[in-house]
Ligand binder design. Structure first.
Ligand code: T1G
Length: 707
């Protein structure tokens, strides 16, 4: 809460101006709703005030309830005494003046006002479902009255932010101001114009658009069917639908009651707690706790990418998508041309799917320039190396970048596992070098794993984290260890899934367990998508570095047979031509049986829980090793990587949050038992043992200082 009063009432002539000032996003923290109510009552009681403007100070209107208050024993004002109710009961027009964001309770306050105007860059939305709850301030009842139940249920179930022009077209906003307009002055003028207008246009009184539900009785069932796959195992999306349905069948005050009932079912659910945790974990991950004070990130206004392959092209798109001009080059003009063709094809697919307009595609393509020489990229503020994942290919690139790039340029590698220090050593400026590991497809996946080299300067690291946010990614820091943090914590999972086959599982059985758990795809299907040859290269590298490395003969056998996955029409599964649907393959079952027999592995049957825990506990154990070695700042950073790098179901919070639901003691005891049964690979991490003995949650583990 700001030092000054979070809410104040001023007057401009006969217009009252209520300003909410609770940085950084004007959340409705304790004291803010009360302040708004007090200001509204004061304006009501002041005969000199004929109309009121409600506006946010700083960068936004009101971004919603204070999420930090959820899950605590909140004192919630009863129906009839909330801000929304006081607005409904008012006798003077109130104009909501919106800039930045009006989200959740913020939009609900605006919808309880009589008029809503906004600057063109403003965005509105009811994103409560994204944190496992539903709009609890009348939003499920007022939004359908403003825009109709169909559009309302779409906004509420997706939680999407709606740009002001679209919000006006839908009927949420009464006016969008011209570019550059002074919002406060325009709102005061608007209030003067409507000061005498009666009756007051209360949203609660508008029912004409609700008739849409009568004309389409299947509306809500159709929505339930349309979300079934992505809302699997979740309750909030379905309660959102029920609440909007109530708006179409009940008088509004009964609808408010129904909304409260449906909200109460969600606030303390596992799903809501996990989603709230994920929300804050993502923001925490962007912070470097050991950054010296006063270190500011370097600004990035231009970029360059070396390597125009799948990753390089996706990285270039990430910059172009966020308005940053980017130059891209490869070893030959033909390779560069292939790269730009792939980029154009990717954008064309988005246009075909309707997620991008033709004009926006042209704007983005205009920001990508193919160049032929290092001299052409010398002036870029940042360069990302994205060439073939072999040291003897990358090192010459770093030497060339060192010779070419302007002083102060950031020099990052997109390597997914190779030693950042070895690459930095090829330059005269190791302080400017770090890893920025994108996940494929680079223009889609949000995880931006920043890898610190031993000599990476604090400014370079701060710049990398800021760059991640600037290009719309979720940055998280990793120490320089084989596989960094995301892939290293994932590696045991990738081994254990194949070892389960040696013991009697089938790929389709494992995949079903993980899809039922909430993954969008099973790990074997993902392997076929990524290419089994990629994994084989990583195994060869690890086997060369570690003679005790546990080989995976079944996986190696498939690769030897040329079964690389979708790209060869067969991998763990069989694929029909032109169809990406994985089909269980008896040939694979035969290979599994033969290999297991040759290895002399006793066969057994598995419960779903045992499969799930064999995979995830192996990674929880590795995550503990990563933390005890000081290669990650927080357990929650590892969760952020699993959510945004591997599709871990968000409503379960993340790998370590999920493990905390089981408890370190139970995890440790199970791993200790598998250590007895399977040997060295299941040796419990020291940190895991310590957490089990002290009863400390994974989320509160104190990692070693980052090195
Ligand atoms: N409550 C508490 N803290 C919040 C917050 C919120 N609603 N929104 C942001 N913060 C903190 C955030 O943790 C970070 O803190 C700082 O503000 C800047 O945020 C009754 C029940 C508004 C689009 O879900 O989507 O209303 O890290 O880094 O990138 O029906 O914040 O600096 O310490 O994200 O510019 C519904 C959540 C609540 C909106 C701005 N509202 N916020 O993005 O900044 S439930 C939301 C956002 C509700 C009603 C229901 C984004 C943003 P720190 P940031 P940003």
């Amino acid at each position: 809460m700001s030092e000054a009063q979070p809410v104040r009432l001023d007057t401009e002539g006969e217009i009252g101006v209520i300003t909410v000032n609770n940085p950084p996003v004007n959340a409705l923290s304790p004291g803010v709703p009360e302040g708004i109510v007090a200001a509204l009552r004061a304006a009501e009681a002041n005969p000199a005030i004929r109309a009121v403007v409600l506006i946010g100070a700083g960068r936004s209107f009101i971004a919603g309830a204070d999420i930090r208050q959820f899950g605590k024993n909140r004192v919630r004002p009863p129906l009839g005494q909330r801000v929304y109710d006081v607005l409904d009961a008012g006798t003077k027009p109130v104009v909501a003046a919106i800039h930045g964001y009006a989200l959740g309770g913020g939009l609900e306050v605006a919808m309880a006002c009589h008029y809503r105007i906004a600057v063109p860059t403003a965005k509105v939305g009811l994103p409560e479902v994204l944190i496992g709850i539903l709009p609890g301030g009348g939003g499920t009842q007022r939004l359908p009255r403003l825009i109709g139940p169909k559009a309302a249920v779409d906004m509420i179930v997706t939680g999407r932010h709606v740009p002001a022009p679209e919000a006006a077209a839908l009927g949420i906003l009464d006016e969008v101001l011209p570019e550059g307009a002074d919002l406060r002055a325009a709102a005061i003028a608007y209030a003067r114009r409507v000061a005498a207008a009666r009756p007051l246009p209360r949203v609660r009184d508008r029912t004409e658009k609700l008739a849409e539900a009568k004309a389409d009785p299947a509306l809500f069932d159709d929505v339930r069917k349309s979300i079934a796959r992505r809302a699997r195992n979740q309750k909030a999306p379905y309660n959102c639908i029920l609440a909007v349905e109530a708006a179409c069948t009940l008088p509004i005050d009964d609808g408010f009651k129904r909304e409260q009932e449906l909200f109460a079912e969600l606030e303390n659910s596992d799903e809501a707690r996990a989603l709230r945790y994920a929300f804050f974990a993502e923001r925490e991950a962007a912070k470097l706790p050991d950054l010296p004070p006063g270190v500011a990130p370097r600004d990035v206004r231009s970029a360059a990418v070396v390597g125009a392959g799948t990753m390089g092209g996706g990285i270039a798109m990430s910059f172009a998508d966020c308005g940053i001009p980017v130059k891209i080059m490869d070893s030959t003009p033909e390779a560069a041309a292939r790269g730009i063709e792939r980029i154009m094809a990717n954008y064309a697919t988005s246009v075909r799917r309707g997620s991008l307009t033709e004009d926006e595609m042209k704007r983005r393509l205009s920001r990508i320039e193919v160049v032929g020489d290092y001299a052409d990229i010398a002036d870029a503020d940042v360069v990302i190396e994205a060439v073939f994942e072999e040291m003897d290919v990358k090192k010459p690139v770093f030497r060339a970048l060192d010779r070419a790039m302007k002083p102060g340029a950031l020099i990052f590698s997109n390597t997914s596992a190779l030693d950042i220090d070895a690459l930095a050593a090829e330059t005269s400026r190791p302080g400017d070098v770090a890893g920025t590991h994108f996940f494929s497809p680079a223009n889609v996946m949000k995880l931006f794993e920043v890898v610190r080299g031993a000599k990476s300067s604090p400014e370079t690291l701060a710049s990398a984290m800021a760059l991640g946010r600037k290009i719309g990614k979720i940055p998280a820091m990793a120490g320089n260890t084989d596989g960094f943090v995301a892939n290293r914590s994932r590696a045991p999972f990738n081994s254990e899934m194949v070892i389960l086959l040696e013991e009697g599982c089938l790929p389709e059985q494992v995949d079903k367990v993980m899809v039922d758990f909430g993954y969008p795809m099973g790990p074997f299907a993902v392997g076929d998508l990524a290419g089994l040859d990629i994994g084989a290269a990583g195994r060869r590298r690890r086997a060369a570095a570690n003679p005790n490395y546990r080989k995976l003969p079944i996986a190696d056998r498939l690769v030897e047979m040329g079964r690389y996955g979708q790209k060869t029409g067969a991998g763990w599964y069989r694929y029909e031509k032109g169809d990406r649907t994985p089909h269980p393959d008896p040939e694979v079952a035969r290979i599994i049986r033969e290999t297991a027999a040759a290895m002399g592995v006793a066969q057994k049957t598995f419960t779903d829980q045992e499969i799930l825990r064999r995979l995830l506990f192996s990674s929880v154990n590795e995550a503990c090793r990563i933390l005890e070695e000081g290669k990650a700042y927080r357990a929650s950073d590892i969760d952020v990587m699993w959510l945004h790098g591997f599709g871990f179901p968000r409503y379960r919070g993340g790998l370590m949050f999920w493990a905390d639901q089981i408890g370190a003691r139970a995890v440790y005891d199970q791993i200790a038992a598998w250590h007895q049964a399977y040997g060295e690979r299941w040796t419990p991490a020291r940190l895991l043992r310590d957490l089990a003995e002290s009863g400390t949650p994974f989320r509160e583990a104190k990692p070693a200082p980052m090195t």
